[in-house]
Design a protein around this ligand. Structure first.
Ligand code: ACO
Length: 321
């Protein structure tokens, strides 16, 4: 049986951290106290105007490839999860493939599931590897959410940041990604969306992120608890035997509520939301890479990753690292 195993991780945050106080200095009508107590966020990173998602993805990918001990040319599948692509087309994955110097490579495509994007992309890549179609996949979450924020809307602009995280997964005789679950319910799209697009050379609709924060909060806590239990049940694994929970990093109160529902103590939960806010599809691989590099996550540890995002979409994976 072919398994899909994480061989390496990498991440990248652009520029210097921008604190809540810095946002106040920039004229946003907020305070460190308001943002930190409601969300746990203290800093975010904001990419420069000329930096696209593919640029952030490139550095995270190079770090993941190095940590996997392989070469870019060994990658035969690239999936980038992003809701803030460089262009309408080509895909960010195709641009990343080019920047990595891969020519005549395997498939490269984007997955758009907003903050669940990395869980979706990892699950798709896992299926390709386990089918025997591919040997080594690069899975990236990369976002420049600062581009779709309405900086006059203090209820949303303080919550998000830019960044990228990546993993290399490869065919292996040992697990591996043990179980995955993906879900969507598009009927909830109005509570979190960017309800605009481009047509005939013009922006049609509203090009900024709009959110009903309280509705999102309630929905996120419910589905994150459910989907984590779903992957554990499908693998016959107790929450108590999981070493680490890596939830999507949107809000510390959502993370705490989810951990409580699973009966997991917070010292088994990787949290990075304080340092970079909500980086959407990048948040889970950013947190994974941090905890691998600081030595908390070790080979053989069991990890649950889980995400929820606009769509609504949600999903989880149980991984033996
Ligand atoms: N600074 C200061 N005051 C603010 C700010 C701000 N940045 N934003 C809103 N306020 C004010 C509002 O104007 C309002 O004032 P009023 O009472 O005078 O009208 C007051 O704070 C309360 O506003 P609410 O929107 O009701 O605040 P709430 O307590 O619900 O907190 C928050 C808002 C933090 C967004 C919360 O609803 C939340 O965490 N929701 C989850 C949303 C989330 O994490 N989304 C991430 C994307 S989704 C995802 O990744 C799954």
């Amino acid at each position: 049986m072919i398994h899909a195993r994480i061989a390496g991780t990498g991440s990248y945050l652009p520029g210097e951290p921008v604190s809540n106080h810095d946002l106040v200095q920039r004229g946003i009508d907020t305070s460190d106290e308001w943002v930190a107590t409601r969300t746990g966020i203290r800093f975010r990173h904001l990419a420069s105007a000329e930096t696209g998602a593919s640029d952030l993805a490139l550095i995270a990918a190079q770090r993941a490839i190095e940590s996997a001990g392989c070469e870019a040319g060994d990658i035969d599948l690239i999936i980038v999860a992003t809701s803030t692509p460089d262009y309408i087309f080509p895909s960010t994955a195709a641009l990343l493939q080019s920047k990595l110097g891969i020519r005549n490579g395997g498939a490269a495509f984007d997955v758009q599931a907003v903050c669940s994007g990395f869980v979706y992309a990892l699950t798709v890549a896992e299926k390709f590897i386990r089918s025997g179609a591919n040997k080594r996949a690069l899975v990236v979450g990369a976002e420049v959410f600062s581009r779709i924020l309405d900086w006059s809307d203090r209820g949303t602009c303080v919550l998000f940041g830019d960044g990228a995280g990546a993993v290399v997964i490869e065919a292996s005789e040992t697990p591996g990604i043990i179980a995955t679950a993906l879900h969507a319910d598009g009927s909830h799209h109005p509570i979190l969306c960017v309800p605009g697009g481009v047509a005939s050379g013009q922006v049609i609709g509203d090009p900024f992120l709009r959110m009903d924060g309280q509705a999102v909060f309630k929905f996120a806590v419910k589905v994150l608890g459910d989907v984590a239990n779903e992957v554990l049940d499908s693998a016959g694994v107790e929450a108590a035997s999981v070493d680490w929970l890596i939830p999507h990093q949107a809000n510390i109160r959502i993370i705490q509520a989810t951990a409580k529902r699973l009966g997991m103590p917070m010292d088994k939960v990787i949290t990075t939301v304080e340092k970079h806010g909500n980086t959407s599809a990048a948040s889970i691989p950013l947190a994974l890479d941090l905890a691998v590099r600081d030595g908390r996550i070790q080979r053989g540890h069991r990890i649950v990753i889980e995400g929820v995002g606009g769509g609504f979409t949600w999903g989880a994976a149980l991984i033996e690292f």
